[in-house]
Write a new protein. Structure first.
Length: 233
């Protein structure tokens, strides 16, 4: 949805994210911890302290939480998942950053791979806080994959889509890489395969991401998804 967030709101959220990033206000996830392709090899390596995610966005500042609960976001979510929408505190709920020099590549994956719910029906809402394109590591999507079944063999041990298989290659050849401008929002299903490149520009890329599910789609007891109660919107 183009320009869903008003420019003044985007500016405020971006400035806030920049302040939190510059001061490394925790909790954060580091590129080095994730070890994706292109990430520094360890926390001690050059660039090893590069932040990848500013975690727990809703608890960081009311402005982040306000965006997560704003009618511009919640109205389309109700159309997609029903009248009672829950905001996860465990999944995404972060400012995703891609920094110059030390950012990594995220290979093709479904977000549901590490999430545990009664039904694999969650929606992530990605707000661009600035320009996003292939050059600075924007998201690419494989359209329709949320409704397809995948055999375990099509995925590697870490549940990334294997790029050495002809069937997967044919799917990947149909990928869409929509450039985003500040204020643009992507709503995407937790089973939609997506990937992202590294940031080859001189400017940090910042995006705000939240995940939602229906109130009657409960996290499975004992899993990480059930570790913090969601917020009813
Ligand atoms: O920005 C990226 O590298 C991709 C983020 C992503 O797909 C994820 O965290 O699930």
């Amino acid at each position: 949805m183009r320009r869903l967030a008003a420019p003044a709101r985007v500016r405020a959220l971006r400035e806030l994210a920049q302040i939190h990033l510059a001061a490394t206000i925790g909790p954060v996830e580091l590129e080095a911890d994730l070890r994706y392709p292109g990430a520094p090899a360890s926390r001690e390596a050059l660039g090893g302290t590069t932040t990848r995610r500013l975690l727990q966005a809703t608890a960081r500042h009311p402005a982040f939480r306000d965006w997560a609960c704003t009618p511009e976001v919640v109205t389309p979510l109700r159309q997609l998942i029903g009248p009672e929408v829950m905001l996860s505190q465990v999944h995404h709920n972060c400012v995703m950053t891609k920094q110059p020099r030390f950012s990594s590549v995220t290979r093709w994956h479904q977000d549901i791979r590490y999430w545990s719910y009664q039904r694999p029906e969650l929606i992530s809402v990605w707000l661009a806080l600035g320009h996003e394109s292939a050059e600075n590591g924007c998201l690419s999507f494989l359209p329709g994959t949320h409704a397809m079944e995948f055999a375990r063999e099509q995925l590697d041990e870490a549940m990334f889509l294997r790029e050495d298989l002809a069937f997967n290659q044919a799917l990947i050849s149909k990928c869409l890489t929509p450039a985003l401008e500040a204020g643009d929002v992507v709503f995407f299903h937790c089973r939609t395969f997506h990937a992202a490149g590294d940031n080859r520009t001189d400017e940090v890329k910042l995006s705000l991401v939240f995940t939602y599910h229906a109130a009657d789609n409960h996290p499975l007891p004992g899993t990480r998804s059930a570790s913090v109660a969601p917020v009813a919107i």
